[in-house]
Design a protein around this ligand. Structure first.
Ligand SMILES: [Zn+2]
Length: 151
């Protein structure tokens, strides 16, 4: 198992098994549920958007949360632009629009928000389990997909 100079439990936990989340924690400054959900949103969006041209994609997130950094690092590591606009409107929704006119939006589910909100109440072991769940739960459980909606 790799070791790291970082000292937080969470960082040591995931650094060994996932380079993307290690980079996320470095960039974001800590590792947390909402940034993890941002990665999941970005992954789900990319599954829908590939093979569109990376340079033609407009991205907008409708809440000012840690999720934005997760979205950015996922797109960046996938070779897409990571120029994410934030338009806070209280919706945990990522909107994507291609130059060719394809639009979709992806919203965090009520369950995803509950899992993230309950994180702070957990003990350390529970927090690690919760973060793992957020990394590994099915996208269908965490995210609802809407085609053609940018509002
Ligand atoms: Zn955070």
């Amino acid at each position: 198992m790799r070791t790291t100079a970082r000292t937080t439990t969470h960082f040591r936990f995931f650094v060994a098994d996932n380079e993307l989340y290690r980079k996320l924690a470095e960039r974001h400054g800590h590792y947390c549920p909402m940034s993890t959900l941002g990665v999941r949103l970005g992954e789900a969006a990319l599954r829908q958007l590939v093979p569109l041209s990376p340079v033609d994609l407009a991205l907008c997130y409708l809440a000012q949360t840690c999720a934005a950094d997760g979205i950015r690092i996922l797109f960046e590591s996938s070779g897409f632009n990571n120029d994410l606009r934030i338009e806070p409107s209280g919706q945990h929704r990522l909107c994507c629009r291609s130059a060719a006119g394809k639009e979709l939006s992806l919203q965090l589910s009520a369950e995803a928000m509950l899992l993230a909100a309950g994180y702070r109440e957990l003990d350390e072991a529970g927090k690690l389990q919760r973060l793992e769940l957020l990394r590994t739960a099915s996208a269908e459980r965490l995210i609802t997909l809407h085609e053609g909606s940018f509002d």
